[in-house]
Design a protein around this ligand. Structure first.
Ligand code: GDP
Length: 403
């Protein structure tokens, strides 16, 4: 198993230093694992090359290329990929584009400064984006003589913050990223601490077995190759097999999978993450989502989302462009249900009619018919971006469809 870990926390609390330390103390990555990674990277490239093949992908590609994070790989019992986060805007963008779906987060809090603005914001975002596990590293313990009291005090305020977000039984590790205390090696400086190291805490995270998700195939375009119609796109969840009967929404077209092309080959089945072409006998437009008739995707006109605004103002009655999957649609803010603190997740008011930059809210949207899924169930189609005048101004997750 390998785990994607995101390292978050207030500026200057020691995130970069921690990443350096993790690399420095980590075992070397064995060659066979490198080969495996190389394969993964090639897979990734193939996906991009395939994408190049499609004009309509250009825009997504541009967006994907702007993603700029530091990725490092280090080893505990398993392998961990760490994504360093320069700022929370990048973080949201990466999480939402699915570039970095992290299963766990390390929240770094300096014991000298305690909980700060970004500590709260990052914790909230990590929560909103469905990161299941948070481990807290109370850092810079060397600067306070490894004092247990300081640790306890800071821990208390972080516990309060995390509990409002619904995180319970969080592991807190007193660390010095600079000196390497309790990162890989148990510290000699803190005999009062009987707990695990930071790596020990990561190793203790139990993988949740992936439930087989229903198929969701996002159509990027329909091509005519010789006399065949090929719906090209990406499997975002589940598995598709040759011969399956699929329904595409919102168009409602039902058709059989006559063949699956993974250019230039033909394959029998494809899984989530695969970019493929499905040979069909129907007209299917861009943005349609295919699924099995047993677990069909459903097109909705209204849904409840949780949104963070990164630019401008979001008003009741206001209009945006929404992007979810490959679908773009106009949408209207029908109602702001609750304005939420983007620092603590607390409900601030239930009668707000607008929110501003860095503010969050649960919002009922009306759109042209489009397929969205609950983020908790199929995150790949449960994230969306709000744009206005061609500029991404907000991001969110789908809480539920509204009848
Ligand atoms: P970031 O903004 O969260 O990535 O923070 P950095 O890793 O850049 O660290 C900010 C400053 O704190 C730098 O000067 C680091 O050398 C220092 N720093 C980070 N971790 C520790 C630590 O454990 N002990 C001490 N004494 N300084 C640290």
């Amino acid at each position: 198993m390998s785990l994607n870990v995101v390292i978050v926390g207030h500026i200057d609390h020691g995130k970069s230093t921690l990443i350096g330390r993790l690399l420095y103390d980590s075992d070397r990555i064995p060659d066979e694992r490198l080969a495996e990674m190389q394969k993964l990277i090639e897979e990734y490239k193939r996906r991009f090359e395939f994408a190049y093949f499609l004009d309509s992908f250009e825009e997504e590609l541009k967006e994907e290329r702007t993603i700029d994070t530091t990725r490092v790989l280090f080893k505990g019992r398993d392998y961990y990929t760490v994504v360093d986060v320069p700022g929370h805007q990048e973080f949201i963008k990466n999480m939402l584009t699915g570039a970095d779906h992290a299963q766990a987060a390390i929240l770094v809090v300096s014991c000298v400064d305690g909980v700060q603005e970004q500590t709260r914001r990052h914790a909230f975002l990590v929560h909103m984006l469905g990161v299941r596990e948070i481990i807290v590293g109370i850092n810079k313990m060397d600067m306070v003589n490894y004092d247990e009291e300081v640790f306890s005090r800071v821990k208390k305020s972080v516990v309060r913050l995390l509990e409002t977000l619904g995180y319970k039984d969080t592991l807190f590790v007193p660390i010095s990223a600079m000196e390497g205390d309790n990162i890989y090696k148990a510290s000699q400086h803190m005999p009062w601490y009987g707990g695990v190291t930071l790596i020990g805490a990561l190793d203790a995270i139990k993988p949740v077995p992936e439930k087989e998700k229903p198929l969701r195939f996002v159509v990027q375009d329909l091509y005519r190759v010789d006399s065949q119609k090929v719906a090209v796109g990406r499997v975002e969840a589940g598995t598709v097999r040759k011969g399956d009967e699929l329904i595409f929404q919102p168009s409602g077209v039902v058709t059989r999978v006559e063949a699956i092309k993974s250019f230039p080959r033909e394959i029998e089945s494809a899984q989530s993450g695969d970019s493929i072409g499905i040979v069909v006998n129907a007209e299917i437009g861009r943005g349609n989502i295919g699924g099995h008739t047993r677990f069909p995707p459903k097109a909705v006109r209204n849904f409840l989302g949780e949104v963070v605004l990164l630019d401008g103002t979001l008003r009741q009655g206001g209009h945006f462009e929404i992007k979810c999957g490959a679908k773009r649609s106009k949408c209207t803010v029908v109602k702001i249900r609750e304005k939420i603190s983007s620092e603590t997740g607390e409900v601030l008011s239930t009668d707000a009619t607008e929110i501003g930059v860095n503010e969050a809210a649960t919002v009922i949207f009306e759109t042209e018919p489009m397929v969205v899924e609950k983020f908790a169930e199929i995150p790949e189609l449960g994230r969306f971006i709000l744009a206005r005048d061609g500029k991404n101004v907000g991001a969110g997750i789908v809480l539920e469809a509204v009848a």
